[in-house]
Design a protein around this ligand. Sequence first.
Ligand SMILES: Cc1ncc(COP(=O)(O)O)c(C=O)c1O
Length: 289
Amino acid sequence: MRAVVESLEESRIREVANEGLGRSDVLKFWFGESDEVTPDFIREAAIASLQHGETFYAHNLGLPELRHAIAGYMHGLHPQVHTDAWFDRVAVTSGGVNGLMVAVQALVDAGDEVVLVTPVWPNLVAQPRILGAQVRTVPLVADASGAWRLDMDALLSAITPGTRMLIVNAPNNPTGWTLTREEQATILAHCRGTGTWVLADEVYERLYYAGDTANGAAPSFLDMAEPDDRLIVTHSFSKSFLMTGWRLGWLVLPPSPSSTPRARQCLYSAGPRWQCSARMRSHLRWWPT
Ligand SMILES: Cc1ncc(COP(=O)(O)O)c(C=O)c1O
C-alpha cells in the first residue's frame, strides 16, 4: 500500500455509522442520507430497464439521453446557460465521490497545492492527498450567534498563483454552512486572477431552505461563471433524488473540456447502464416538487 494511503485518517463518522448500522434504536444522522427509500417512479424505471436487457457498457460520458435530460434539469435550475451548451458540459459519473476523484485526478499533480474550506466531508481532503498534493485548509469560524462563517480574507490570502485548485463544498457537509452569491463572486474573481481551478461540490444544492433564491436551490457558482472559467461542479443523484445506494452522479465541466478523448476514456465511466437508461431519463424531473 502507498504510504500516503496508509496514513489517511480513519473517518470518524464511518466509525460512528459502523457502530449504529442495523440498530433500530439509533437515529441515523451520520451520513448525508434520507431515511426514505428511492421513490417508486425511479425504482420502477430501473426494474423496467433491467427487464429490457439494458445490462451492457454505456458511453464513457454517460448515455446521451441521460446527458440531455441532465442538461434540461440543470438549465431549469440555472437558466442563464443555454440548454445546448449544457449537453457538452455534462459527464455522468459513478456517483459524486467518483466524479470528484476524476476531477482531482485530471487536474492535480503530486506536489501541487490544493486549498480546502473545512470542516468538510473527509473524502474531499483525502482525494488530493492520495494524489500527493499539498493540502492547505482554511477553517470556517463561528460567529457570536454560533453560525459558521467564512473568513474571506483568510481564504483569499491562502489562494495564490501557486494554488492549483480550491475545493469547496457548499451547502456543506457537515455544518450546513452555505456560500452566499457575493462570496462566490469574490472567490471566482480571485481564482481568475491566480489561475486556480475551483472544484465546487454542490451535491446538496436542492437541500436548501432559506427561501432567498428564485430557483429554491442554494447559490451556485454556475449562476455567475463565465464560459472560460476554470470551474468544475459536482452533482449527485444521491441526495435530492434519494438514491444514495445507487452511486450515480455527474460533473459540469467547462464548455470545452481540456481532457483529450483518451483521457475521457480512461477517467470516466458512467454508472451502470440500467441506472442511466433512457427509461430513467424520462423521469428526471424536478424533485422534490
Ligand atoms: C459533500 C458530499 N459530496 C459528495 C458526496 C458523495 O455523493 P455520492 O453518494 O454520489 O457518491 C457526499 C456523500 O455523503 C457528500 O456529503
